[in-house]
Each structure stands twice: as structure tokens, then as C-alpha cells.
Design a protein around this ligand. Structure first.
Ligand code: ATP
Length: 232
């Protein structure tokens, strides 16, 4: 049945960078209407998983599907919003200009005011991007990721480096999108973030899935020391 087709999936995915095995046979599936959190410590393979799903890099072995298609094609990427860790933007543009530029790529973008409200950018629209704090820049990146009304959103460590207030603000924004029907795959180091947002979690360590399921199930299955280790 076509509605059972995952929005994004890895099956037996292997990815090697030189001598580093970043992904060592990873299976994961994101289904419609879900928020899936990929938890893991530095180097666990979270960004590699996202890079494969978006077609930014090819797997050495395994199957990758985005919207039921080979990733990296225009058809697969339609409706997909992305906030990566390496999000270089034209530094001298103002926030409003960045939003207008990005909105121009989409047929039916959200208004600047709507993007600003969802991402918590009130008061920052007239500021230059390079004059913002790291946390404010993350919020701008989030606004750009959502302004095209994505139905599937990839967020790679969206709140790393944000204080708790800014983190909660971004969680609100994600919940708004989920309420509109978007599905989300996010990576995080923070157990509280998975708790706040995710229906399902996949815990990666050393390029392998070491636990998955509901947060409660994962908590019960993975010993507390390991959970703590992936959240600090
Ligand atoms: P972090 O939380 O630090 O972002 P991560 O879970 O996202 O980590 P990845 O970025 O997927 O982990 O990295 C997994 C492993 O692959 C790490 O050992 C990393 O050093 C290595 N790696 C990732 N990208 C490259 C690359 N382009 N070249 C070489 N090694 C890489």
C-alpha cells in the first residue's frame, strides 16, 4: 500500500570516509506524521545518515530512499526542508533579505511575518546575518528551512549551542509544523529534545543502531550510563 511507504529510509546502509566507518549497516524508517529523533554522541553517525537520506553522499552499500525514490533527485527533494550544521549563508544580507531570497525559490512560501513568528525572529529582521549570535543564526536557518512549507523536515542538531529558552522556542516552532502535518527527522545530543518532540527515537553509536522505539522503550533497553553518555 502506497501510504505504508516510508518518507525516508535506510536499509543496511554502510558509509566509509577513508578509514572511518561512519555507518555500519544502519536500518531506519521515517513514516508520515512522525517525528523521529536520531540520538547519539559526537561521531555516532547522525549527520552521515542525514547526508545519505538527502543524497549528499552515496552509500558504499545498502538502500537509501527519500519519498520512495532515489535521493538527490528533484522529485525526491520536493517538499523537503533542510537545516544542516554546515549552513553557510551570505553573511552581509539582512535577515529579511535572506528570507525573501529563500522564499523566492518556492511557489507558495510562507510570509516573512509567518516565518519570523514560527522561528522567533521578531526584532531581528533588519539585522545583518553576520551580526547575529550563533543561537540567533540557528533560528534564521530554521526559518529558511520552513519557509517553503516543507512536508518533510530534516534538522541536524538544530539546538546545539542554544540556551534553554531558545531551545524551547525552536521546539515550539517544530510542534507548529507537526500540527500542520509535517514529518520530521532530527538529530540531537539531548535526551530532553527527543522527549519534547519525538514519537520514536533511534540511538546510534559507532555507526550502528543500538536501540530504537519509543523513548520509554529505549530508556528501558539502553542502560542509563549509555543514555547519559549520549546526552552530555
Ligand atoms: P556530531 O554529533 O559530532 O555531529 P555525528 O553523529 O553527526 O557527530 P558523523 O558526522 O556522521 O557523526 O560522523 C561519523 C564519523 O564519520 C565520525 O568519525 C566522523 O569523523 C567521520 N566523518 C564524517 N564525515 C566525514 C568526512 N567528510 N570525511 C572524513 N570523515 C568523516
Amino acid at each position: 500500500h502506497r501510504f505504508d511507504i516510508p518518507l525516508a529510509s535506510l536499509e543496511g546502509a554502510h558509509k566509509r570516509y577513508g578509514r572511518t566507518l561512519a555507518l555500519d549497516g544502519v536500518d531506519l524508517e521515517l513514516h508520515g506524521g512522525q517525528v523521529l529523533a536520531l540520538l547519539g554522541a559526537n561521531g555516532a553517525g547522525k549527520t552521515s545518515a542525514i547526508s545519505l537520506l538527502l543524497g549528499l553522499v552515496a552509500p558504499d552499500a545498502g538502500e537509501v530512499r527519500l519519498s520512495g525514490r532515489a535521493p538527490g533527485t528533484l522529485a525526491a527533494r520536493r517538499g523537503v526542508g533542510v537545516m544542516l550544521q554546515s549552513g553557510a549563508l551570505p553573511p552581509t544580507l539582512k535577515v529579511r533579505e535572506l528570507l525573501d531570497l529563500t522564499r523566492s525559490y518556492y511557489p507558495d512560501p510562507r510570509s516573512v511575518a509567518e516565518c519570523a513568528a514560527i522561528a522567533g525572529l521578531a526584532g531581528l529582521l533588519g539585522r545583518r546575518y553576520d551580526a547575529l549570535s550563533g543561537g540567533q543564526q540557528r533560528r534564521v536557518q530554521f526559518a529558511l528551512a520552513i519557509c517553503g512549507r516543507p512536508t518533510l523536515l530534516f534538522l541536524d542538531e538544530p539546538t546545539t549551542g542554544l540556551d534553554i529558552e531558545a531551545r524551547q522556542g525552536l521546539w515550539h516552532g517544530v510542534r507548529d509544523l507537526v500540527a500542520e502535518g509535517a514529518s520530521v527527522l532530527l538529530t540531537t545530543h539531548y535526551l530532553e529534545e527527543a522527549e519534547a518532540l519525538a514519537d520514536r527515537v533511534v540511538v546510534l553509536a559507532g555507526g550502528r543502531v543500538v536501540a530504537e522505539g519509543s523513548l520509554e522503550a529505549v530508556r528501558a533497553r539502553v542502560d542509563q550510563r549509555r543514555i547519559r553518555c549520549v546526552t552530555t
